[in-house]
Structures are given as structure tokens and as C-alpha cells.
Design a protein around this ligand. Structure first.
Ligand SMILES: [Mg+2]
Length: 395
């Protein structure tokens, strides 16, 4: 469809040019005019040929099976699920639940709130992709390098869907300014109680996955979550949200359903590490298992976001319904659907994410390349670990 439109525009433009050309050049002699006419035809043919090529390149791109995820399909599904959820939520971000009830989102749409084309993902996915780029480059977690990548996003629109930065949270923007003014990376995040938007939760996914595959122990996980969240969000409520999300993802990979994951989380002790664990009582007490939609808030407050996402996965049984439920709660639709998508991706796998949605993502090349490289990083780490273990045995 898009290509047909391009052809039409191109042909109309040529017609107009030709009329103008004719009038202006009417005084030239016959042979000169004919020469110019054939030259312009040749130019048009070349342009149409290159459009044809673009079209065939595009159709090659729809074959997603050419990407190799090194058997890390849960990882790939989680990241792709996150980005698809983000893109589904972008056009209706900040709209109310009542609006979504009368006019529910049922598939990938364009424009709306940010007036961006269909398949545009936002800051959530940009920060996830920037973090992935850093982990791939450093083959590990390097806080300074991660902040440098965020600066590239902020300043140059790197890691974006359409080469434009159209959305950034206040707390994140302030943290990046702190970094620019020379603050230590892990001290850049605000620590006040009102700095608990979902800005660190929304970029947590690659680090959660990395910690899981690197087999971090509890102490190392807590320390990593603390420093990583504190790059932008340093208050306990944000730290706790990031840790809880990581723990839920880990449980989902082994327990295979959200109800069991929540049952397992209930037995964990968060008091030792965090000042205000009771903020997450709906999840920690298991009450979320029986809650109605009217008691689920879909704001950008980190607690509301995580609860809403968990609730959407609990109350659906496939990827598509889970992310659409999240989007149709209204409010901070992109982040809630992204977090929901990451968990539903782990649960239902790559094949559960509709091809049509994947294919409509903007800058799909970057998305797939990042995920592929990330799985290579995890694979390298696991290889190194097993080599070390073998060496150990030999000694
Ligand atoms: Mg966003």
C-alpha cells in the first residue's frame, strides 16, 4: 500500500514537471527538446527501478525467521513483546479508560497522541535498546557506558523508531542533565519520593534478563538493581519495583504462569533491602489475583504500572489479549503495555506475537539486530562459564 502511494506521488510529480518543462522549454529547437525528453524518461525509469528494489528489500524483511536467537527464544520474545506493546500504546498514551471503553484499540494503529506513524515505539524501547547496545559493547553492565548511550539517544535521537525523540520523562531528563554536568552515573537519579515514575522500570528488561542468565546471586542482583535504577530513579519505591519485576520475569521463565509466579514471590522477603515494600502489597500479599479492573490504576507511577501489567497477564491467556487489555486500561498505555508484553512474551513465546504487528514496527532492522546481538552476548557468557567450569574440573 505504502509503495503504491509512493509510485502515485512520483508519477504525479513527473507529470507536473513535464508540463512545466514543456512551457519553459517551448522555444528550444526540436532536437534539443527530444533529447531532454528522453533524458528525463531515463531518469524516471531509474527512480522507478530503485523503488522496485526498495519494495523487494521490504518483502525480504518480512521474513523474520532469518534472524538467529541462539535458542534464547524466551529472551527474544520478551524484548520483542515489550517493543510491540510499546508501539500499540503510543497512539493512545494519556487517553482515559472511558475513551478506551468506547473506542478500544484492537490492532497496531498510527498517529493519535504523538502523531507518529504506525508501529512507532517510544522512549521505553529506545532506552531498552540503548542498554542492550551497551551490554553488547561492554559484554557486561557498565553504568558509565550505559549513560553515554542514553546521552546519544537524548542528543542525537539514536536508538529511535523514526529518528525522532518525541517522548522523555521529566525525572529521566533531569538525570541526564545531571550526568552531563559531571555527576557520577549512579548518583544522577533523583531520590525524592515524588520521583517514582516508571522511568527506571521501563528500561529494566535487558538488565533483568542479563542477571538471570549470568546467574547472579541475590546480593549481586540487589546491588545491580540499586545502581542501575539509580542512574535515573534512586528512590526505594523505584528500586523495589525494578527488583520485583526482575523476580517476576525469572519466576515466569521457570513457573510458566503468572499465578504460580505470584505465589512464589509472596514467600520472598523484601524487607531487608527496601524501605517501603508495603507499597507493593497488592502483589506481595497475592490480593492482585482476585482484583477487579476498577481497582487497577493505570498511571505512570511505578507501583501502578507494575500492578497493572501483572494484572493484565493474570487476566488473559494469550499475548494479544494481554497487551490489548493493557492498552485499553488507558493512561500510561505504552509503558504498561510494554511491561505486560515483556511478561506475556516470556509466557507465550515468539510465535504468539502477531506477525502483522512485528512487521509493522518502525526501524525493525535495529530491533532485530539488537536482539540477535544480545542473545549472542548471553551465549558467549554461558560458553565462557561452562569452559571455566570444565577447566576447574580438570584441575
Ligand atoms: Mg513512552
Amino acid at each position: 500500500m505504502e509503495q503504491n502511494k509512493k509510485y502515485e506521488e512520483r508519477l504525479t510529480a513527473n507529470e507536473i514537471n513535464f508540463v512545466k518543462y514543456d512551457e519553459k522549454e517551448a522555444q528550444l529547437d526540436y532536437r534539443e527538446r527530444r533529447k531532454r525528453y528522453y533524458e528525463s524518461l531515463k531518469k524516471d525509469m531509474l527512480e522507478l527501478e530503485s523503488l522496485d528494489k526498495e519494495l523487494s528489500d521490504d518483502s525480504n524483511m518480512t521474513d523474520n525467521s532469518t534472524w538467529n536467537f541462539n535458542n534464547y527464544n524466551s529472551v527474544a520474545a520478551s524484548i520483542l513483546g515489550f517493543i510491540v506493546g510499546d508501539a500499540l500504546g503510543v497512539p493512545v498514551e494519556f487517553t482515559s479508560r472511558a475513551q478506551r471503553k468506547t473506542n478500544p484499540v484492537t490492532t497496531m494503529e498510527g498517529f493519535g497522541t504523538h502523531n507518529m506513524p504506525k508501529g512507532t515505539w517510544s522512549d521505553d524501547s529506545s532506552m531498552v535498546l540503548a542498554t542492550i547496545a551497551s551490554i553488547n559493547e561492554c559484554q557486561g553492565i557498565d553504568y558509565k557506558n550505559i549513560m553515554d548511550k542514553y546521552m546519544e539517544w537524548y542528543k542525537n535521537s539514536d536508538y529511535t523508531a523514526t529518528n525522532t525523540l518525541f517522548d522523555i520523562g521529566n525525572t529521566t531528563a533531569r538525570a541526564l542533565m545531571n550526568y552531563e554536568s559531571g555527576k557520577k552515573p549512579t548518583n544522577c537519579g533523583l531520590k525524592t519520593r515524588d520521583s517514582n515514575g516508571n522511568g527506571s522500570l521501563m528500561r529494566m528488561l535487558p538488565v533483568s534478563l542479563y542477571m538471570m542468565y549470568e546467574d547472579y546471586d541475590e546480593k549481586k542482583e540487589v546491588e545491580t538493581v540499586y545502581y542501575y535504577s539509580s542512574l535515573t530513579h534512586g528512590h526505594d519505591i523505584s528500586l523495589m519495583g525494578c527488583k520485583l519485576y526482575s523476580d517476576i520475569l525469572k519466576e515466569l521463565i521457570s513457573k510458566k504462569n503468572m499465578k504460580n509466579a505470584i505465589e512464589a514471590i509472596k514467600t520472598k522477603d523484601y524487607n531487608e533491602f527496601y524501605y517501603e515494600p508495603y507499597q507493593y502489597n497488592k502483589i506481595l500479599s497475592g490480593r492482585i489475583l482476585d482484583m477487579d479492573e476498577e481497582n487497577i490504576k493505570s498511571t505512570g507511577y511505578v507501583v501502578d504500572t507494575l500492578e497493572a501489567a501483572v494484572w493484565c497477564v493474570l487476566n488473559t491467556d494469550n499475548f494479544k489479549d494481554a497487551v490489548l487489555k493493557a492498552v485499553n486500561l488507558g493512561g500510561d498505555t505504552d509503558t504498561i503495555a510494554a511491561i505486560t508484553g515483556s511478561m506475556a512474551g516470556v509466557l507465550y513465546g515468539l510465535e504468539s506475537i502477531p506477525d502483522e504487528w512485528i512487521n509493522s514496527l518502525q526501524n525493525k532492522e535495529l530491533v532485530f539486530k539488537s536482539i540477535e546481538d544480545f542473545t549472542k552476548t548471553l551465549n558467549n557468557k554461558e560458553q565462557n562459564k561452562s569452559n571455566e567450569q570444565n577447566e576447574e574440573k580438570k584441575r
